[in-house]
Design a protein around this ligand. Structure first.
Ligand code: MSP
Length: 476
């Protein structure tokens, strides 16, 4: 067995009923930065993302589009993958819950564990089901008879379902969270879930009759029922590692170091999922990182409001690293963050075209003119301000620190005026320019998790002693 530290990170699996917007791109980019950082620190990483396909939403969206569900789905998945490629998302696996070979055996094995533990029972049930949420909701959630989040009338359902004894695990889950064995970040979300647990959890419907849901994994031993989509979806975090099928990856990487999720799916991840794992006697993930929502012009980005920003559009205009930069630094992971096309452009021009881009040009112009050849600067460790912020998932703070160094380097040039010094004191002048390239190299290395392409370009420029082409052209 190797003694190398492992780092397994998951994103939520996305509903493939529509293309991904910038909010979804945020979850994934944040995740990618964390994975790249841990890789940089020498850990063995595994990065999982995927799609949540056994859902009525998909069936309905395909119908609206007038397409066969599988044709519609293939189009969307191609779109997901190309967005992730353009964002330089370094995932190791893209799991699809419709995959009967890779996902279903593990989901079925997990269900059987819950049955063995005596935690699954059948019951008649009547309630309101919101397809948008893929969950039962209550009368008091409605506004004017509609689900306010999805602006739709829920279905009134009366049926026989299998239930999971979630109530039985309220106390145990609470203890895991309070002891930080299951660490919920940030604290506001930890308090939110603890207050929910204090109210007590009710058992949850874990299956639907096949007649009501045309998609889904058959319940073992009862072909007339399919698993509830959240029960099926949550299990992806272990089925992707081969749970119930081939446990090589599972042995190496489970428990996950972190599940990255948005604040709307906290209850599923911090209450239902840990309860399922406890029931099946599987170790819990180490932590759950809960981020806020991306808003545009102060309002949640949504199709209904028509304020969606398509990440493809920004990627085409500004490039991969500019989009990653904005999401990493100008959105705070623990709160909601706003973006408009105007704010994006302003920040791009100020911090990338003028800030980083200009600095690289300035330093490398001096180096190319006055240094004889490129050097591979000495590799120093990463500063604690940087590593501590990233260890705490504060990617924006880590990048703030890097940009302080960028600003300081710019000031050093202005103050020491090496372009003049090389005339009067060539030795001292070239020494200063050499030191500038050293610091630029160190900055380039710190940019690795955030701006992988720029990191490589900066390092290569210093080594070759050559001013690169304009990294971030100014936008008018
Ligand atoms: N399929 C479920 C997750 C199952 S995980 C076992 C789901 N899918 S989703 O496509 O609706 O959302 C995926 C992720 O995107 C969630 O973490 C959600 O919070 C996030 N976001 C959706 N809209 C968002 C914003 N406007 N801003 C930031 N994140 C947002 O939920």
């Amino acid at each position: 067995m190797s003694d190398k530290k492992t780092f397994y990170l998951t994103t939520p699996i996305f509903y493939p009923n529509a293309s991904l917007h910038l909010g979804h791109a945020y979850t994934t980019t944040l995740s990618d930065i964390l994975v790249r950082y841990h890789k940089l620190m020498g850990e063995t990483t595994y990065f999982l993302t995927g799609s949540d396909e056994n859902t009525q939403k998909l069936v309905q969206a395909a119908k609206v589009a007038g397409q066969d569900a599988s044709v519609f789905l293939d189009g969307i998945i191609t779109n997901f993958r190309s967005l992730f490629a353009e964002l330089d998302i370094s995932y190791d696996q893209f799991i699809r819950t419709s995959d009967e070979e890779l996902h279903w055996p593990g989901a079925i094995a997990l269900w059987k564990k819950l049955v063995e533990a005596g935690d699954i029972y059948k019951k008649g049930y009547e309630g309101l089901y919101c397809v948008g949420h893929e969950a039962f909701i209550t009368e008091k959630d409605l506004v004017g008879g509609k689900c306010p989040d999805h602006n739709s009338v829920p279905e009134h359902i009366k049926e026989e379902n299998y239930f999971f004894k979630l109530s039985r695990y309220t106390q145990a889950v609470k203890e895991k969270i309070e002891s930080k064995e299951l660490y919920i970040v940030p604290e506001t979300r930890e308090r939110e879930i603890l207050s929910l647990l204090n109210e007590g959890l009710e058992d949850v419907s874990f299956s639907r009759p096949k007649t009501a849901s045309s998609v889904g994994i058959p319940v073992p031993g009862d072909e007339s029922q399919v698993m509830y989509v959240w029960c099926d979806a949550l299990s992806n975090y272990i089925t992707a590692l081969g749970y119930g099928r081939d446990d090589t990856l599972y042995k190496e990487f489970w428990p996950a170091q972190v599940h990255v999720i948005g604040k709307d799916i906290l209850r599923f991840h911090a209450a239902i999922w840990p309860a399922m794992l406890l029931s099946a006697q599987i170790p819990l993930p180490k932590s759950i990182l809960v981020h806020g929502f991306i808003t545009s012009g102060g309002k949640k980005m949504s199709k209904t409001l028509g304020n969606i920003i398509d990440p493809q559009e920004l990627l085409e205009e500004y490039g991969t690293d500019a989009v990653r930069y904005f999401l990493a630094r100008h959105i705070t992971p623990f709160e909601d963050g706003d973006i408009t096309r105007e704010s994006f452009k302003e920040i791009y021009n100020a911090n990338l075209a003028n800030g980083l881009g200009n600095l690289v040009a300035r330093v490398m112009q001096l180096a190319e003119t006055h240094l004889e050849k490129g050097t591979r600067p000495e590799v120093v460790g990463f500063p604690p301000e940087y590593t501590q912020a990233l260890d705490n998932f504060e990617v924006n703070r880590a990048l703030d620190f890097v940009f302080l160094r960028i600003k300081a380097l710019d000031q050093t040039i202005t103050q020491t005026e090496p372009f003049k010094l090389v005339q009067t004191d060539p030795e001292r002048g070239t020494q200063i320019i050499f030191e500038l390239t050293q610091e630029l190299y160190a900055i380039g290395r710190m940019l690795n998790p955030f701006l992988p392409q720029m990191c490589e370009k900066i390092k290569a420029a210093v080594i070759a002693n050559k001013k690169p082409e304009t990294l971030f052209p100014r936008k008018e």
